[in-house]
Design a protein around this ligand. Sequence first.
Ligand code: CA
Length: 220
Amino acid sequence: MKIAIIEDEIGITNFLKQGLEEEQFTVLIANDGKTGWELIQQSKPDLILLDWTLPKISGIEVCRKVRENGIQTPILFLTARDTVQDTIEGLKAGANDYIKKPFSFDELLARINVYFRKDIVPESVTLGPILMHLLKHEVHVLERKVTLTQREFELLYFLIKNKGKACSRTQIIEEVWNIHFEYDTGVIDVFMNSIRKKLNLPKDQELIKTIRGIGYIAND
Ligand code: CA
């Protein structure tokens, strides 16, 4: 996960960089608004920490540019200006949240984690007679153990996790394969065929259905 810090106070950028890298984030830094805006366009961060008062282009102008260009990346303002009016201005410009300086690192991290909230992985999930032990990385159909490859396992888990919801091919490619560009989604069918074969459920118990032209849906 990439976080861009656009802030002209070196002390703050260093402090944030060190703390965020310890939390396994990739940190990108710009020390003025103009460089910051270029950085956002080039590096496509997953979250932007944006100072309000910046040289060259102000934080609020950067924020407006980001939104005017259709970039939806969450923006968290770092601001010493704490009047209600300024806050409203920042949120109107498209910021998602703001944090008042001075702030503690833990406080900032808690705000950041709202945007990177990881799915809390349960110990196991089920779909009809299928039981997936996520911790043990095992799949059982009733008493029979089924051996899936890593990708098959992830695909099956994704569909079960989204039980009752149609999952589009694009969504599956993005979430399971982590591919975010145009890609031949036919690969999904190959994996699905293999999963179905291995699960070997009776035809009338086909719990994962193909939705023609869309993708797949799992239903108990
Ligand atoms: Ca500043």
